[in-house]
Write a protein that binds this ligand. Structure first.
Ligand code: ZN
Ligand code: ZN
Length: 458
């Protein structure tokens, strides 16, 4: 069924099945309120604002403050150890009591159901930084932190992921079906009950351990989507945005080693060094000792190191590319030997070493071995002199020399070393991933393996 183009402008009787999602229309002064996800605005901005206002009247008791911090860790770990590392990534397995606990306290963090959260997070990993990433940092830091929830998103835009395992988990299903009840019970009633029954501070429990604690847990864990894709180093891969930083780790209960995490998502750890802050990892490990968690997954150190070495290599390549290694040999003009000798005779300070001609005119006065020595090589084949005949030049000297090269002597002429190299095919060079030649110490073209003894050096 295809409509003629003219029909498209006419009003139709009945609903249009291809209705455009509000997120795919331009934001204007008339329709902006339709773009806003008001339910989320209530949960992540409205209720916290109400809590802040209430806090002006409700005094904060010490016991309630301590309880709020403890409950902050419980609910925060519900997200990091539960929603994230258990359900989104299956980086370990948990026995039923622990799964129920994590589904409960995770619900108390008020960040959506496990099913909804894990699905979005799997899309985030699969389509990182693309349009299908539900909280792509490429759309801005604020978008990745809050904007993606505050503004309506077209659910069809989010990348597809497999959540069949979550659909088979009765705890996940139960929590998804009873999500609002879970939020009210674990987000507000439980923290209020503990403070109320414990030390009579009902209202304080509600405001501080309930509402304001929700606000802090939300903002902290949202940082995994924003800060962890914006601040820090990329020791494993720098092609995408995830980064490692201790500040993010401190804020997010250890989720701050996010470059590692995106490379090795099914590892139950985020921090691999003992001194890095990852309380989520420590907690999972304790649960294992208690028999509540098992099958903790880890990538082999060998695999982790490979990634690190490759990234280091890439950084070295970038550093190397910024340095002057001299004109590449294949881009140098070819000179006849006689032409070389003639030019040197006519006052140009040319020195041929290993078949490569160098213009040392401006360097003669700076030569550490003195003017006379360098002058003695001009217009000659100075290969042997340079490589030990007179002085066994340093690695730095070979490097410096390469920046002065201006030509190569035509093959099959006077320069024996160059000839030999061409014959043996040893002019094949190691190149980095951008095709730049890698010149290792001792492998400069002017360097010959054995010092050449000459008559006057003997
Ligand atoms: Zn991420
Ligand atoms: Zn993740």
């Amino acid at each position: 069924m295809s409509a003629k183009p003219a029909d498209a402008t006419r009003p139709r009787a009945g609903g249009d099945t291809k209705k455009v999602h509000i997120a795919d229309t331009a934001l204007t002064r008339q329709n902006w309120y339709k773009h806003v996800n008001w339910l989320n605005v209530t949960f992540i901005l409205g209720i916290p604002l109400y809590g802040c206002i209430q806090a002006l009247w409700v005094p904060l008791q010490m016991k309630t403050a301590i309880w709020a911090v403890i409950y902050y860790f419980f609910t925060g770990l519900g997200i990091t150890a539960g929603y994230h590392r258990l359900w989104a990534h299956c980086s370990y397995s948990a026995r039923l009591p622990l799964r129920i606990w994590l589904a409960a306290v995770g619900g108390g963090a008020v960040e959506g159901s496990i099913r909804w959260w894990a699905r979005g997070h799997r899309a985030h990993h699969r389509y990182t930084d693309t349009d299908k990433d539900p909280y792509s940092v490429r759309k801005g830091l604020l978008y990745s932190h809050l904007g993606w929830m505050v503004m309506k998103q077209n659910p069809k835009r989010i990348g597809r992921t497999d959540i069949s395992d979550l659909n088979e988990d009765p705890v996940v299903q139960w929590q998804h079906r009873n999500y609002i009840q879970t939020v009210i019970a674990m987000g507000l009633i439980v923290p209020m009950l503990v403070a109320g029954l414990g030390w009579g501070d009902w209202w304080g429990g509600f405001v501080y351990a309930g509402i304001l604690r929700i606000f802090f847990v939300q903002q902290a864990t949202f940082c995994v989507n924003s800060l962890a894709h914006w601040l820090g180093d990329q020791p494993f891969d720098d092609r995408n945005s995830p980064r490692d930083h201790v500040i993010t780790a401190l804020v997010t209960l250890g989720e701050g080693y996010h470059n590692f995490h995106h490379e090795f998502p099914s590892d139950y750890r985020n921090a691999i060094e003992w001194h890095q802050y990852d309380p989520t990892k420590w907690t999972i490990w304790i649960w294992k000792q208690m028999g509540l968690a098992y099958d903790l997954k880890k990538f082999r150190a060998n695999e982790i190191e490979k990634g690190r070495v490759q990234q280091l290599q890439k950084k070295i390549d970038q550093k190397r590319a910024r340095l002057d290694w001299g004109v590449p040999l294949d881009q140098l003009p070819v000179m006849e030997w006689d032409d070389y000798v003639d030019q040197a005779k006519n006052g140009r300070g040319l020195v041929a070493i290993a078949g490569v001609v160098h213009d040392v005119t401006d360097f003669i006065k700076d030569h550490p071995g003195g003017k006379a020595m360098i002058n003695s090589g001009i217009g000659k084949d100075a290969t042997a002199m340079f490589n030990g005949g007179i002085y066994y030049h340093s690695n730095a000297a070979h490097n410096l020399l390469s920046t002065m090269r201006v030509g190569v002597i035509r093959g099959g002429c006077e320069v024996e070393i160059w000839k030999r190299a061409q014959k043996e095919g040893t002019t094949e060079y190691v190149r980095d991933e951008t095709g730049q030649r890698i010149v290792r110490a001792g492998e400069q073209v002017t360097k010959i393996p054995e010092p050449i003894p000459t008559a006057d050096a003997a």
